[in-house]
Design a protein around this ligand. Structure first.
Ligand SMILES: Cc1ncc(COP(=O)(O)O)c(C=O)c1O
Length: 422
């Protein structure tokens, strides 16, 4: 099967030449060279990120903001510089601010809970009679918090369902939007199907209707240039570990006016200006939304990862991933009984597929025996896969270090697994 797929493909500067920068890839799993295709779950970290974090831990580690001593000031500078770097990375302007979080999940919870709780007598931003529209493509992290937000606030949750091909349509959104719409939340790329919705147009439509717009960029930020200054987006959430950075780190970037609406999720140290036994005056943004000691080394790693992506260029990354995806999709479609979800999508790193009569866990297990790491199951997006009628899928997901040779290994591995399991 190998030559059939590789001959027509143009060489790319990404893939193999970059692999030396990712030491973890140079190992064998079950006696075979590791083929890491679980990047939608977590990408690996290059040396430049590992080095930046090590440098912080060995030369500047101290708690930030509260100390007058040199190391504390150094750590504070490092942390705030990291914030500026990540802000620039996503095109944030003076009108925006960036809050560090533990990941996309925390960032989205900060928005959902922050909009439904009024603190100190303030009216909550979402209340009874309001409507929240969430796309039907979402990871549970951009659905479950909105379900709870609707229940707590008395608002109504509406789902923008995809068509039979898993695509979202602007017309459907236009029909759902009304004067009651308070929020529209959407993914920039569906982690379970790989669908890349026309999020720019959908956000613009919702924004024009007066909704607060929320973009889950977890599956896009590693390869797409996302610019807050051009998107009709009030909040954008993403995770460092899906963009070649550390785990347990992420960000919520938002328009200042939108962030001002949020009640803090974490109350305590560092988010207050003054406190007495009866009450507290909260600090200005972004500190107000960052209670407690932050993950400074995580911020350093995230900024280094942003620099790494920028140095390669999102355009080059997107075209490398699109080539690899097309190679994988075409190859899988040649295998009898395989259906690829969102096969037509281009700007996506996710290839999700089902095989008639074969359980994805069995495919995943047989691929692992060949050193190939993929993910099987619902991918934390059960409503979507149930709605599309596919049930659990096998998901291979790509990153800059993946190669056409690895795609061939995946295709051979899937064909072999099906032969064994049928
Ligand atoms: C689209 C999407 N949103 C949110 C998340 C949650 O990210 P995290 O676990 O880093 O908070 C994921 C993780 O897979 C995701 O793919």
């Amino acid at each position: 099967m190998g030559d059939m797929h590789t001959t027509a493909l143009s060489p790319t500067p990404l893939g193999s030449p970059l692999r030396a920068q990712f030491p973890i890839l140079a190992q064998r799993i079950n006696g075979q060279p590791l083929v890491y295709l679980d990047n939608a779950a977590t990408t690996q970290m290059p040396l430049v990120v590992l080095d930046a974090m090590r440098q912080f831990e060995t030369t500047a580690r101290a708690n930030i903001h509260r100390g007058v001593h040199t190391l504390s000031q150094r750590a504070t500078d490092v942390f705030e510089n990291a914030r500026e770097t990540v802000k620039r990375f996503v095109g944030a302007t003076q009108a925006h601010e960036l809050v560090f979080t533990s990941g996309t999940t925390e960032a989205l919870n900060l928005v959902t809970q922050g909009l439904v709780h009024g603190l100190d007598g303030r009216t909550a931003a979402i209340g009874p009679g309001d409507e929240i529209i969430v796309s039907g493509l979402e990871h549970h992290a951009n659905l479950v918090p909105w379900q709870q937000a609707a229940k707590r606030s008395g608002a109504t949750l509406r789902i923008l369902l995809p068509n039979a091909h898993g695509q979202l349509q602007a017309d459907d959104l236009a029909r759902l939007l009304s004067q009651r719409t308070r929020v529209f939340a959407l993914t920039a790329c569906a982690n379970a199907s790989g669908e890349r919705p026309p999020f720019e147009a959908l956000l613009a439509l919702a924004h024009a209707a007066g909704a607060i717009t929320v973009l889950d960029a977890a599956q896009a930020v590693a390869h797409s240039a996302l610019h807050m200054d051009t998107l009709a987006c009030d909040f954008m959430a993403f995770s460092a570990h899906k963009m070649y950075g550390p785990m347990g780190m992420g960000a919520l970037v938002g328009r200042r006016t939108a962030l001002e609406l949020l009640t803090p999720l974490r109350l305590g140290g560092d988010m207050v200006q003054s406190v007495n036994y009866q009450g507290a005056v909260f600090a200005e943004l972004p500190a107000r939304l960052e209670g407690g000691t932050p993950n400074v080394s995580g911020a350093v790693g995230m900024a280094a990862a942003a620099g790494f992506i920028t140095s390669i260029g999102q355009h080059a990354i997107e075209s490398h991933l699109a080539d690899l995806r097309q190679h994988a999709v075409r190859g899988l479609q040649h295998i009898d009984g395989v259906t690829v979800l969102s096969a037509q999508t281009r700007m996506s790193a996710v290839i999700s597929f089902v095989v008639q009569g074969v359980h994805p866990h069995d495919i995943g297990t047989l691929l692992d025996a060949r050193g190939i790491a993929v993910r099987s199951g619902y991918h934390c997006a059960q409503p979507l896969l149930d709605y599309l009628g596919t049930g659990p899928t096998t998901r291979a997901s790509l990153a800059i270090y993946n190669t056409h040779h690895e795609v061939e290994q995946l295709l051979c591995g899937v064909a072999h697994a099906i032969g064994v399991l049928r």
